[in-house]
Design a protein. Structure first.
Length: 206
């Protein structure tokens, strides 16, 4: 295990362990286990709490279902699995997706929620973004400049207007509107492992 992964296991694994203790849960059900984020979360959780306490959500959908139906059917199956075993369901979404997606996952436990998509890609070779966020990345010149903007705004504490200057004109208005949208939903707290200096729902959408 690399030093970067060891650090993630220490921080994120500790949060997972505490979340399980607080909820009196026996283990973790990981949604979207085949994604880079899902595989990373399984690796981290397995190293932190034991692989036998981490199970993968089963895709019970048929081949003809669309992505939304497939996601919701997996979520329903995961909840049943978690209830039967006394586990907690975790969503592996990354920070870039959580900040810019129009729809936030309803799961309370988001262990990778302070890890940018570009950081996931460095660790896993690729990262997952919802279609709407991928479109923003494409219009911004890629996920790296998009994450650089987000880091300047959050960790660098630049004003939104100042941070947006580094992005192409085509994406600025869309991103600004996206960050101001659905604020009541975004302020509903989730459990996120704090890796940077500012964390979602604690320092950002307060």
């Amino acid at each position: 295990m690399t030093a970067a992964r060891s650090d993630l296991v220490a921080v994120i694994g500790g949060v997972i362990g505490q979340a399980l203790a607080d909820s009196e849960a026996a283990g973790l059900v990981v949604l979207d286990p085949g994604s880079p984020e899902g595989r990373l979360l399984i690796e981290i959780a397995g190293a932190a709490i034991g692989r036998d306490r981490v199970i993968e959500a089963v895709d019970s959908s048929g081949t003809e279902t669309g992505p939304v139906e497939r996601e919701e059917m997996q979520r329903m199956t995961a909840r049943i699995m978690a209830r039967e075993k006394g586990f907690v369901v975790a969503h592996p979404s990354n920070k870039t997706a959580l900040l810019l997606s129009g729809n936030l996952p309803p799961e309370r436990l988001l262990p990778l929620g302070d890890l940018y998509a570009s950081e996931v890609a460095t660790l896993m070779g690729s990262a997952t973004l919802p279609a709407d966020v991928q479109a923003l990345a494409d219009s911004s010149g890629g996920v790296e400049p998009l994450d650089a903007f987000l880091a300047a705004w959050l960790e660098g504490r630049r004003s939104l207007e100042d941070a947006l200057v580094r992005l192409p004109d085509a994406s600025r208005d869309v991103i600004a509107a996206r960050l101001s949208a659905k604020r009541p939903e975004r302020r509903w707290p989730r459990c996120v492992a704090k890796l940077g200096t500012r964390t979602l729902w604690i320092d950002v959408f307060e």
